[in-house]
Design a protein around this ligand. Sequence first.
Ligand code: SF4
Ligand code: SF4
Length: 410
Amino acid sequence: MIQNNTNKLFLKKLFFTKIKKTYHEIAKSPKASLKNIANFYNLFKKYPAYYAPKAQPNVGYFCTTVPEEIIFAMGGNPIRLDISNYSFVKSGEEITSADICPTIKSIIGAVRNNFFNGIDILIIPSCCDAKTKLSELLSPLIDKFFFMELPRHNDYQTNSTQWVSSYKKLIDFLSKHIKTKINDKKLLAAVSIYNKRTEVFRQISDFRLQNAGIITSTDYFILANAAFISTPIEWTKMALALYREAIKTKKKSIKNKKRLLLCGSPLIFPDFKILNIIEELNAEISTDTLCSSRGFLYDPIIINEPTEDGIIKAICLKHCAASMCPCFTNNFDKYIDQIIDLVTTNNLDGVIYYNLRLCQVFEIQFSYIKEILKKNNIPVLFIKSDLGAQDIEQIKTRIEAFLEILGENN
Ligand code: SF4
Ligand code: SF4
């Protein structure tokens, strides 16, 4: 972290001078016929007001490795700040470089545009090199800042002690700033609220796998991304209403759609161009492995030992040991097994592997994934893209050709 006060002040000035204001896009109107999906889209219309000060401190964080349950149990309001907004990229590039991951540029641009103004506390984990260096740039801008170090090897036996130790350091930090103490009862209550969210997300995921075209691909990613900014109680209530409406709907699921699995880099609001293209071509993302949707919401926390330490260990198991992110090592076999299992069990037609340009960790593993999927007769298309609309036509042509091949395979 930057310790020298002169450097800190310089960085602060650099961030907030000569800034041309840019504006975020508002989510488009819902395309689906289900009325309860509108609640999720409406959340993004209130954004960035979502970050405005609240009764509880707003604790902003990046990445799924940060334990929201612990923040919640300590009386904070956890808000995941990952954002993929093209309108902020130029502003991010003005003070960094064009040649870094677009998510990082978008985050920097959002900070420069005062988008996250109501955030009281910021947590950044050492999940990838880009986020690690981002912590250095952002820490001088906020007094209550925590850098969470994590080993990037996801074997539970080898690393659980270090993960628990990192989470305990986070607890100490939050105790100091939120002025509250943690205990097993608070942790258990928080875990139960988040597990309820997981249960409803699983019901919706399973429903979509059985019934194509009712909750569209964009709806699905909007509802998953809404969990970044809404409380778990609010999200679960809205998602349950959507699920109940979906199972009651008279509308028949659509049979002739190509059903796909989406893997690779996180898809984060508002950069949903891949989804718009897929829907335009009458195909569907039936499920995914992304850390912004299924990888964020699907796994429950399973507590074997209901003591404070036992619960913290169980939380580590969900956030670190189960992570399929390529920033970790030791999880490639699990990742490829998950892809094959999701495709074969659900009879999906193929895989789209999406790579955010300049994110090397996702790109480096693709050649192996491609060969293994080929060996298993699973068609896969690799799409590399930036944020922004410049390559929409090119991506559309490639997905169209891929869907034609899938059609010939049937
Ligand atoms: S891709 Fe990996 S490092 Fe990036 S937010 Fe997702 S889990 Fe975290
Ligand atoms: S997209 Fe890749 S490089 Fe960018 S923040 Fe996520 S993991 Fe890091």
